[in-house]
Design a protein around this ligand. Structure first.
Ligand SMILES: Nc1nc2c(ncn2[C@@H]2O[C@H](COP(=O)(O)OP(=O)(O)OP(=O)(O)O)[C@@H](O)[C@H]2O)c(=O)[nH]1
Length: 637
């Protein structure tokens, strides 16, 4: 049995205040009005859709109908709580809400997981669905099937989830439900009679959807009598309570004060916080298999996404199903000033607990000092991460140009031993093994799905081929839209592919990609030399077909960015000892105070001080002073 608190109004008033959350836990855990519920009456589901098809708005309506929020605000977006989510109008974090709903006079507990729509946050979707038995596949009745609808549909299929196809925005005058139903039939073989219709904004059809969630999605198939075992689908950091985890309980029960352990560790911990998220916390004393709950083990308890929480008696049976994350882009993060290193380190640590999709490794550069090499799921993810660092942790950071990871196969027993294997993943071109030891280079590829109006197919094909794409068979969505698929190098996709696609199709095409792994590729290491000396930070890994272009543009940009010096500067782009491009910066004698000789002494001192400050921000290579920004900006497209 699970105990559910009935009264939610009081909690609503106090939600999101850390102090009150702690207070509430103490009061409610002892004498709250609680009501038992059977596992058969639990439904775990997620809303999945293409970006902007209305997931968060539908979630708001579900919260209203189940009494969590007051009706009347069409645009509340209650689950989008982060400042960055509200500013950008996108969901970044998956959020859970446990809802009470009565159907045929029986109480049900519906665990809704609101997921992000943007491709960069698809790992949040992938993680969320591991706790679900069904999904509401939401499709805009005006826009129809988009690239990400295809991606989330195949994710739901792969996870054997029940799919509730649902058309949203049927209130719009241009909505064409019949046309979109036909699209669903031709692309996914979904029968039109199975498709639900709602207007999340107006609340139309939402009661019917709730009924369908109860009648069509099965309850979780779990063993309540076995030892306790749960997998962690999300974590976040609380100033006072340490790491808090969102856990899906696979078997047994979990009680306040119970002893538990992590699968990855022998140390035992006590359950200090146990709550349902509605989405504000409501403390409970006990939870059981099939539920999605918040668990906290105190400041020293720890917890990370993908880990398993067990009762000490549980043997290491079935494994968790949280899939590993693959990082698509890496960038260096450095403090704006080395004195802020500790503060930035602390902020990155805390934010990466909340955003477990990032990978963080220590990095250093002669020009930028001590910092970190951070792996992201894409450029939007990178942007959001740095924005959150600034907004939520007040930590300002410098970011280097992002690059994709590469793989190389190395030879020689000593080298293989050094790299602990033949295959080496290179997340920073600076750390590429010596080219004489490299047998083969591999590049990451993706399968890109594009849904475009038929009149733009020619332009889209040209773009994909220009980006070194290989076409896969295409599919008609209907007589106006086509689905194209291409195998594309990730390096050609992450930077500006989406923007270019949008501009050549007047914003009508949509794009999504899935990982296609590493494949052999004709790559080379290109060095940049200043007066014959290699500048490590400017090394890049380039495809042969892009070599000449990159060599020319990089040297030309450097010529613009490096100020004239006392000596002549030769900038060379070199591959395997061969110079591909060269630029020269003429010598220039600079004396900032020359014009002031005989002038005011304080003015002279001020100028000399400014000059000295400027010099501190320079990195010196072969006696050439390079401004720090050069390393950050020159590799950006
Ligand atoms: N007319 C109309 N507009 C809707 C409806 N549902 C959502 N919208 C609007 O569509 C826009 C996107 O809605 P969201 O709920 O933010 O979409 P989302 O899928 O959560 O977006 P992401 O979280 O970024 O993926 C908002 O401007 C909503 O007001 C609807 O039923 N009718």
């Amino acid at each position: 049995m699970v105990y559910v608190i009935k009264n939610t109004c009081f909690l609503q008033i106090l939600k999101r205040k850390q102090f009150f959350k702690r207070f509430l836990w103490r009061t409610y855990s002892s004498d709250s009005p609680i009501q038992p519920i059977d596992v058969k009456r639990i439904r775990n589901f997620s809303i999945v859709a293409h970006v902007d098809h209305g997931k968060s708005t539908l979630a708001d309506r579900l919260l209203e109908i189940t009494g969590v929020i007051k009706p009347g605000n069409e645009n509340a977006q209650v689950l989008d709580q982060l400042q960055v989510e509200r500013e950008r109008g996108i969901t970044v974090k998956a959020v859970t809400a446990s809802l009470n709903y009565s159907y045929n006079n029986e109480p049900y507990l519906l665990n809704l997981i609101d997921t992000p729509g943007h491709v960069d946050f698809s790992n949040e979707v992938v993680r969320s669905v591991t706790a679900c038995q069904g999904v509401v596949l939401l499709v805009d009745a005006n826009e129809g099937i988009q690239a990400q609808t295809v991606a989330v549909h195949s994710l739901a299929k792969r996870n054997d989830l029940v799919i509730l196809p649902t058309l949203n925005k049927v209130d719009l005058p241009r909505a064409d439900p019949e046309k979109v139903k036909n699209q669903l039939k031709s692309v996914f073989k979904i029968e039109p009679s199975d498709v639900l219709q709602v207007s999340a904004k107006k609340g139309w059809g939402v009661e019917e959807l709730l009924k369908a969630i109860i009648t069509r999605i099965p309850p979780p198939n779990v063993d309540t009598t076995d030892h306790f075992r749960a997998h962690i689908i999300d974590t976040w950091h609380d100033k006072y309570r340490g790491v808090l985890c969102l856990a899906y309980i696979h078997s047994g029960t979990l009680k306040m004060g119970q002893t538990v352990k992590w699968k990855s560790d022998v140390k035992q911990h006590t359950v200090k916080y146990l709550a349902l998220l509605r989405p504000s916390e409501e403390s409970i004393t006990e939870a059981m298999a099939g539920q999605v709950v918040m668990v906290g083990l105190g400041t020293k308890g720890g917890g990370s996404v993908g880990d398993t929480l067990l009762s000490p008696e549980a043997t290491d049976g079935k494994d968790t199903t949280v899939p590993a994350v693959r990082h698509m882009v890496y960038a260096g993060i450095f403090p704006a000033d080395q004195s802020q290193h500790t503060q930035l380190s602390d902020s990155i640590k805390k934010l990466s607990l909340n955003d477990s999709a990032v990978s963080v490794a220590v990095d250093s550069s002669p020009a930028l000092g001590q910092g970190w090499r951070v792996g992201f799921l894409g450029l939007l993810h990178l942007d959001v991460f740095t924005q959150r660092l600034l907004q939520e942790y007040k930590a300002e950071a410098i970011l280097t140009a992002p690059s994709v990871p590469y793989k190389v196969k190395v030879k020689g027993a000593k080298i293989i031993k050094h790299y602990k294997g033949e295959d080496v993943i290179v997340t920073n071109p600076m750390q590429l093994p010596d080219v004489s030891n490299i047998v083969e280079y591999y590049e990451p590829f993706v399968i890109g799905t594009i849904i475009s109006p038929v009149e733009y197919i020619g332009a889209v094909n040209t773009l994909c081929i220009d980006r070194r794409g290989n076409p896969l068979p295409s599919n008609a969505v209907d007589d106006q839209m086509t689905m194209l698929q291409y195998i594309l190098p990730l390096s050609e996709v992450v930077m500006d592919f989406h923007d270019t696609l949008k501009s050549i199709t007047s914003g009508f095409a949509s794009f999504d990609y899935q990982d296609y792994g590493f494949h052999p590729s004709s790559l080379v290491k290109m060095d940049i030399l200043l007066n014959g000396v290699i500048v490590d930070e400017l090394t890049s890994i380039v495809h042969i077909s892009r070599l000449e272009y990159n060599a020319r543009t990089l040297t030309a940009r450097l010529k613009e960015m490096i100020p004239r010096q006392m000596v002549q500067v030769a900038i060379q782009a070199v591959v395997g000892g061969k110079v591909l491009a060269r630029e020269t910066i003429k010598a220039y004698r600079k004396d900032v105070t020359a014009k002031l000789y005989g002038g005011d002494i304080t003015r002279r001192k001020k100028l000399l001080k400014q000059q000295a400050e400027g010099k501190k921000k320079m990195r010196s290579v072969a006696n050439i002073k390079i401004p720090r920004n050069t390393f950050i900006d020159v590799l950006k497209r």
